[in-house]
Design a protein around this ligand. Structure first.
Ligand SMILES: [Zn+2]
Length: 290
């Protein structure tokens, strides 16, 4: 089970959300049969989307994070509900780029830097909120920081990490996001900066087996930080036969008629969970009449 923890400084000016997304990322690797470098990209992105989604207020609110950097993995999409339950997909989960000289996975290389990061928040209003920024590095954490600075004017620190074992198995995954909410005192900012300066890299923290509670409280040490809430979040796809039929309907009458005529059965595969839905040509003809 993934776990999200949120902690707030005593003065209410610094919020830290931390997540253990190990199980989510294992599920991603299993479902998408992605190469380790794409698993790392999807894993970082989904970890971020889960934290960002958990900031939504109401049941039914959804957040979509999309990155299109022009790299070999194609467009990456992650969707989170308001409890941080997530699903994701990649244009090309089998994409490969060689590791860097130091042996680390070249996430920036597979994502690319020539493109954009888009955040869509569907909060049940007439129009969803859409924010878009040009990618900074393609490494995802910095791109998220840049998104909050440019699109939402919220000073944010984001750290995301996936730790692989020797045979490319996922040992740990997680991350944290810190947001500074005005009015915040200069002292709080100074203490926070000192804490961050002293903190180890996220992959090291995860490797040391540090729990999200501990990470959040370490970020807020000296600031009277307290855990606000914590709960479990999972990789979860909410696709259904009905919803898939709706997607088919959106292809337009001409395309549906063509499918109904050309084949007895039309198969639609969900990109998020690989579930296959089959529709007979009679069902499609019925759809045409609706
Ligand atoms: Zn699905």
């Amino acid at each position: 089970m993934g776990k999200i923890v949120r902690a707030l400084s005593e003065d209410g000016g610094v919020l830290c959300s931390a997540i253990d997304s190990t199980d989510m990322v294992r599920e991603i690797a299993l479902l998408h049969e992605s190469t380790p470098v794409v698993t790392a990209a999807l894993g970082r992105m989904t970890t971020a989307a889960s934290i960002m989604g958990a900031m939504l207020k109401y049941e039914g609110d959804r957040l979509t994070l999309r990155i299109n950097g022009g790299g070999a993995c194609g467009t990456l999409t992650a969707v989170s509900d308001y409890r941080g339950n997530v699903k994701c997909c990649a244009g090309n989960p089998k994409a490969y780029v060689p590791p860097r000289a130091d042996g680390t996975l070249d996430v920036e290389g597979v994502v690319g830097q020539d493109g954009s990061l888009t955040v869509i928040k569907d909060m049940g209003l007439k129009e969803p909120y859409v924010g878009q920024i040009p990618l900074v590095t393609g490494g995802i954490a910095q791109d998220i920081t840049s998104y909050y600075a440019i699109s939402e004017q919220i000073p944010t620190v984001c750290a995301l990490g996936i730790v692989f074992g020797e045979s490319a198995e996922i040992k740990a995954a997680g991350g944290y996001m810190i947001q500074v909410v005005p009015p915040v005192s200069d002292r709080s900012v100074k203490v926070l900066e000192d804490n961050l300066g002293k903190m180890e890299r996220i992959t090291q923290l995860l490797e040391n087996g540090l729990e999200p509670e501990k990470i959040a409280l370490t970020v807020l040490s000296g600031l009277g930080g307290e855990i606000l809430d914590s709960w479990e979040a999972v990789y979860y796809c909410d696709c259904s036969r009905e919803r898939t039929l709706g997607i088919l309907a959106s292809l337009g009458k001409k395309e549906i008629a063509r499918l109904a005529e050309e084949q007895e059965e039309t198969e639609v595969c969900c990109h998020f969970c690989n579930k296959k839905y089959k529709f007979s040509s009679e069902e499609l003809v019925k759809l045409l009449k609706e």
